[in-house]
Design a protein around this ligand. Structure first.
Ligand code: NAP
Length: 351
C-alpha cells in the first residue's frame, strides 16, 4: 500500500446560493488527513456523490435534514477503500460505502455504524452508490410501496434518464406496467428506450403542448406519476390523470433556482377531485428499516440481467461542484458520480 499523505483536498461551502448555485459557492481547501480514533476507520475516497438533494442542504431554508453552513466541508456520500482501521469489523483494503457521511474530500474518518461493506465481486463499485444505494432504494419503495404499482398501470416518470428515473422505469416494467418517461433531449429519450421505457416524451421539444404530448403517450391516462421534478412537467401530467391515479412526490429539481420561494403554477384541485387521485410526499429515509430488503432485490435483479444503470463519471476532485451543476442543467446521463481516486477493483477483474 502506498504511504498515506499528510494533507488532502476538501471542498467547503463558501456561501449559500441565492438562486441556482454556481461553482463559486464552494472553495477548494487543503486539510490534514485525520487519524482514526478508537473504533473508527480511515477511508480513501474512490467515487464521491453529487445529487439533487444537496441543493436543499446548501440553503438556510427549512428542510427535512440539517444543512451545511458556509465554512463546513460539503456533505455527500462516497465509496472508498479502508486504509487504517481501529475496529475488528474492517480491515485495510475493505471497500465501504456511505450514503451521506463521506463529504467532498479525499479522506474521511468514519464510524463502522455509518458505513456498509461492499462486495465488489457482485457488481462494479458505482452500482453500490446507485442501484444498490439511496436512489435504487428510492425507486423501489416509490413504485412498490408508495404508488403500489399493479400490472397494466401506465406509470409516468419525470427525469426518466437520470438515476432514480432509470431504475424506476425498469422496476415499472418488472411490475408489468407500461413505462412512460419524460426527459429533455432525443439522446436521453433513446437511452430511456434502451433501458426498457415503452415511450418517452421530450419536454423541451413538446413545450408548446406538453399536456397533449403526454395524452398521446398515455391514451388511457396516467395511473401512477413518479414526480422527480415538479414544475411545468408536473402541471402537464396532472392534466392527464386516470381514475384513482397515485402521484408520488419524490423530487422538485425544477425549483432548484427558486429555493424557498412559493411554487407558483396552475392549480390542479379539480383534476385531482375528478380522478379521485392520491398525492403523496415521499422520503426514502422513512423506509430505513427496510433498506436491506430493497437492496437484496435490486442486487438480484442486477445479477439476473434485469436491471442496468448508465453512469456519467467525472474525473478528479476539482470537478465536484461542476459535476453537481450538471444535474441542475440536465447535462448528466444516468447517475452522476466523480471519481477522485484509483478504483482498486477496476483492474482486478472482479466483475
Ligand atoms: N424523496 C427522496 O427520498 C429522494 C431520494 C433520492 C432522490 N430524490 C429526488 O429524485 C430526483 C432525481 O434525483 P437523481 O439523483 O436521480 O438525479 P438525476 O435524475 O440523475 O439528475 C437530475 C435530472 O433532473 C432533471 N432536471 C434538472 N433540472 C430540471 C428542470 N429545471 N426541469 C425538469 N427537469 C430537470 C435533468 O433531467 P432531464 O434531462 O430529464 O431534464 C437531470 O438530469 C431529484 O429530484 C431528487 O431530489 C428524492
Amino acid at each position: 500500500m502506498s504511504t498515506l499523505p499528510t494533507t488532502h483536498k476538501q471542498w467547503r461551502l463558501a456561501s449559500y446560493p441565492e438562486s441556482l448555485p454556481t461553482e463559486d459557492n464552494w472553495a477548494l481547501s487543503e486539510g490534514a488527513v485525520p487519524a482514526p480514533g478508537a473504533n473508527q476507520i480511515l477511508v480513501r475516497a474512490v467515487y464521491l456523490d453529487v445529487a439533487p438533494y444537496m441543493r436543499g442542504r446548501i440553503s438556510p431554508q427549512k428542510n427535512y435534514a440539517a444543512g451545511v453552513k458556509p465554512g463546513d466541508v460539503m456533505l455527500g456520500g462516497g465509496i472508498g477503500e479502508v486504509v487504517q482501521s481501529n475496529t475488528k469489523h474492517y480491515q485495510p483494503g475493505d471497500i465501504v460505502v456511505t450514503d451521506f457521511g463521506f463529504g467532498w474530500q479525499e479522506y474521511a474518518v468514519l464510524q463502522p455504524s455509518g458505513v456498509r461493506k461492499v462486495d465488489p465481486a457482485l457488481a462494479p463499485l458505482p452500482y453500490w452508490m446507485e442501484a444498490f444505494g439511496l436512489n435504487g432504494v428510492t425507486a423501489y419503495f416509490a413504485l412498490l410501496d408508495a404508488a403500489a404499482i399493479k400490472p397494466g398501470d401506465t406509470v409516468v416518470i419525470s427525469a426518466a434518464a437520470g438515476s432514480v428515473g432509470q431504475i424506476a422505469g425498469q422496476i415499472a416494467k418488472l411490475g408489468g406496467c407500461r413505462a412512460v418517461g419524460i426527459t429533455s433531449s432525443p439522446g436521453k429519450a433513446a437511452g430511456c428506450r434502451e433501458l426498457g421505457y415503452d415511450d418517452v416524451v421530450d419536454y423541451r421539444a413538446e413545450q408548446d403542448d406538453l399536456p397533449g404530448a403526454i395524452r398521446k403517450a398515455c391514451p388511457n391516462g396516467v395511473d401512477v406519476y413518479i414526480d422527480n421534478t415538479a414544475g411545468v412537467i408536473s402541471d402537464a401530467v396532472m392534466q392527464n390523470l386516470a381514475p384513482h391515479a397515485r402521484i408520488v412526490l419524490v423530487g422538485s429539481i425544477s425549483l432548484a433556482g427558486r429555493f424557498g420561494q412559493p411554487d407558483i403554477g396552475p392549480r390542479f384541485h379539480r383534476q385531482t377531485l375528478i380522478a379521485r387521485a392520491t398525492i403523496r410526499g415521499f422520503l426514502v429515509s422513512d423506509y430505513l428499516p427496510r433498506y436491506q430488503e430493497a437492496r437484496d432485490r435490486l442486487v438480484s435483479w442486477y445479477r439476473s440481467g434485469a436491471l442496468k444503470s448508465k453512469f456519467d463519471i467525472a474525473q478528479g476532485i476539482e470537478n465536484l461542484p461542476r459535476a453537481f451543476l450538471r444535474l441542475l442543467n440536465s447535462e448528466n446521463v444516468g447517475k452522476q458520480l466523480v471519481q477522485v481516486g484509483d478504483d482498486p477493483t477496476a483492474a482486478s477483474g472482479l466483475h
